[in-house]
Design a protein around this ligand. Structure first.
Ligand SMILES: [Zn+2]
Length: 280
């Protein structure tokens, strides 16, 4: 195909998508349109492999079910690359370290927080195809840069409880246990041998007995020294899931109320980001 024919084909495809599914033209993570698009697995391949969960079914956006290998969202090529090298790669190392009992550095704790926020962000944007994720940061900015986490690090904590054994041979859980809301800070889930939650430090009470919490700070999240050594808290993955399924929604609700009374970072607007609006 000549360049010209190629361009015509791309333009025709865009026009068709604009009519049928405009949301597929916008990158979910940076909200730009007109970029080269890719499909990104919402559950990254490395965690699916780590949990050996590829063939299993998981609850997916909107209550439908899909195998993790098929659960994909539209991301631009740039975001796909950046999220892969700056987030998923280092987070997979953090998982290896913490599951092996080698502990986490402050920088690794921050990466895990951003990683949880990535799920929240992509879910939120998927559920709100015409909404703005935040006037301050796109999902990519919030999860690959430090400005967002630094702005609230002093009041934030990361909680982890490790799991001793799984019930189902070789298959570990992968899933988020906090419902989607507007608060965007508290995210909890169980991934492989790790039950994990990010929470405001004064709202961690609901996780007591399941997770050990490490308070974060602007200095701490720049540290490369291993300093957080979470304990094994759950005898089985089932026990971890039961605990997180109860605690996660309560914690999210507490954050939702805190946001309504205090206006957290997500809805403070010093300089709204601009973007191209699609017809809908
Ligand atoms: Zn993008």
């Amino acid at each position: 195909m000549s360049n010209r024919a190629g361009r015509r084909a791309v333009a025709a495809q865009r026009r068709s998508l604009l009519r049928k599914a405009p949301e597929k033209l916008r990158c979910l993570a940076c909200e730009r349109v007109g970029q080269q698009m890719t499909k990104e697995h919402i559950w990254p391949r490395w965690i699916i492999e780590r949990a050996n969960a590829g063939g299993d079914q998981f609850k997916w956006i909107g209550g439908s079910r899909a195998t993790p290998n098929k659960a994909v969202v539209p991301l631009c090529y740039d975001c796909n690359q950046r999220l892969g090298t700056e987030l998923e790669g280092p987070v997979s190392e953090a998982f290896r370290d913490v599951e092996a009992g080698h502990g986490l550095s402050g920088r690794q704790c921050a990466l895990l927080v951003k990683w949880l926020w990535k799920f929240e962000g992509l879910f939120w944007c998927w559920e709100h195809p015409h909404g703005r994720y935040s006037d301050l940061w796109s999902v990519t900015e919030r999860t690959t840069q430090d400005a967002a986490i630094e702005s609230i690090a002093d009041g934030l904590s990361l909680g982890i409880g490790l799991i001793h054994a799984n019930e189902r041979e070789d298959v570990w859980p992968v899933g988020v246990d906090t419902p989607l809301g507007e608060q965007g800070v508290c995210v909890a889930g169980v991934f492989s041998r790790v039950a994990i939650a990010v929470s405001y430090s004064d709202l961690t009470g609901v996780f007591v007995g399941g997770l050990d919490f490490q308070p974060l700070s602007r200095d701490f999240i720049r540290s490369d020294e291993k300093s957080f050594f979470p304990a094994t808290r759950f005898p089985t993955s089932g026990a971890a899931i039961d605990f997180m399924k109860t605690a996660g929604p309560i914690a999210a609700d507490l954050h939702e109320r805190a946001m309504l009374s205090a206006r957290t970072h997500r809805f403070i607007h010093p300089a709204p980001r601009r973007r191209v609006e699609l017809p809908h």
